[in-house]
Design a protein around this ligand. Structure first.
Ligand code: SF4
Length: 370
């Protein structure tokens, strides 16, 4: 089954750590962009000769960004309903919209319901107001709590919260405050990302003054988060993702399982019939109808190994053998005893999966295998 990703490259303001492609431009540009997106969904002209989305069946739609919730409810409704009118979307498709708590989410809810949005991903980052402020987020904890309750009152039970580990001034106590808040909110999915200081961001230039926790402390945060969330009923199903049973992100799982997905909008990536494409980080190119750039062939043996090991379900060596032959299996088997001894992997029923320690040191473990 296939997925659709729609990139909304607008934000109300730019967070100082963020290097995603997004603009803080005028409402006119947003209107132009939404109508260009809708035209692409209807005609598929940028993908002509590459992919005919009308021939495929999709079971996930994901509006990410940027900040999709800066759009009006009507725009979001128009984008999703155009997808539904023009493509084959399964009845129980997962339809996610990423929202920033400082958007007017209450006004979006009726439109979400009308077009079948059934999953909300809220970019909370931290429940500690001073940490959120450092990250450039203005809404406070009470507001986030109120939004979650409003969503629940409107029957949105599939809510995901993003949190960040290793943010300025974070301590184990403040992290616990964020996790206690998650417990109180009783949401179904958590994405926990370690803050990475990217070049060309304000944080990069001021990193010495940010009061960032050191690397060992961030590792402790990761382990603490994982233990805490597991104790309150979450499964750690991917390196950075936790879900209550049945609430794993179906869309994001497509990336790790190498399923096909179509990405529309500047900076959006697609994986189609074993090939990777992307739209350049330039809204004008998208508005002009420029087709996506061919990136590379995807889904080779190394990528398969790397992506499967991100998931708790792990790397099935029988499947690897069928797809890529016995050479990689033999190579991997040589590493198994050592990595098992180090408590970095589990090996059962011919499936290798990373332990909690392995998740934390995933780059090292994966590079051992590939
Ligand atoms: S809201 Fe999200 S996409 Fe926009 S600047 Fe902040 S982190 Fe980046």
């Amino acid at each position: 089954m296939n997925g659709i990703y729609i990139h909304i490259p607008f934000c109300r303001s730019k967070c100082p750590y963020c290097d995603f492609y997004s603009l803080t431009k005028s409402i006119d540009l947003q209107r132009l962009y939404v109508s260009s997106l809708i035209d692409e969904i209807k005609t598929g002209k940028r993908f002509k000769g590459i992919f005919d989305a009308k021939q495929k069946i999709f079971d996930t739609i994901y509006l990410g960004g940027g900040t999709p919730s800066v759009l009006s409810g009507k725009d979001i409704y128009n984008i999703i309903s155009t997808i539904k009118e023009n493509y084959k979307i399964t009845e129980k498709a997962e339809i996610t919209v990423e929202c920033n708590p400082n958007s007017d989410i209450q006004s979006l809810i009726p439109y979400f319901k009308k077009c079948g949005v059934n999953r909300i991903s809220l970019g909370m980052q931290s429940a500690v107001d001073i940490e959120r402020k450092k990250l450039g987020r203005s809404s406070d904890k009470q507001r986030i709590f109120d939004i979650i309750n409003e969503l629940k009152r409107n029957d949105f039970d599939n809510i995901s919260l993003d949190i960040m580990l290793g943010v300025p001034h974070q301590t184990l106590d403040t992290l616990k405050e964020t996790l206690d808040f998650i417990k109180e909110c009783d949401v179904k999915h958590i994405s926990a990302y370690i803050l990475n200081i990217e070049e060309n961001t304000p944080f990069y230039k001021m990193q010495d003054k940010l009061n960032l926790p050191d690397e060992n402390t961030v590792c402790d945060f990761y382990e603490f988060t994982s233990d805490y969330l597991k104790n309150i009923g979450f499964t750690h199903y991917e390196i950075s993702n936790f879900a209550k049973e049945g609430y794993e992100s179906r869309h994001n799982t497509k990336y790790w399982l190498l399923n096909d997905y179509l990405g529309l909008g500047p900076s959006a990536h697609s994986f189609i019939n074993g090939k990777r494409y992307y739209f350049e980080n330039d809204i004008n190119l998208f508005l002009n109808g420029t087709p996506p750039v061919f990136d590379c062939d995807g889904g080779d043996e190394e990528e398969f190994i790397m992506l499967r090991l991100r998931l708790k379900q792990g790397l099935d060596l029988d499947e690897l053998n069928i797809k890529y032959g016995e050479t990689p299996v033999k190579r991997i088997m040589k590493k198994v005893p050592f990595l098992q001894e180090q408590d970095l992997i589990d090996f059962e029923n011919n499936i290798i999966s990373l332990t909690e320690k392995g998740f934390l040191l995933s780059n090292t473990v994966i590079s051992e295998f590939i």
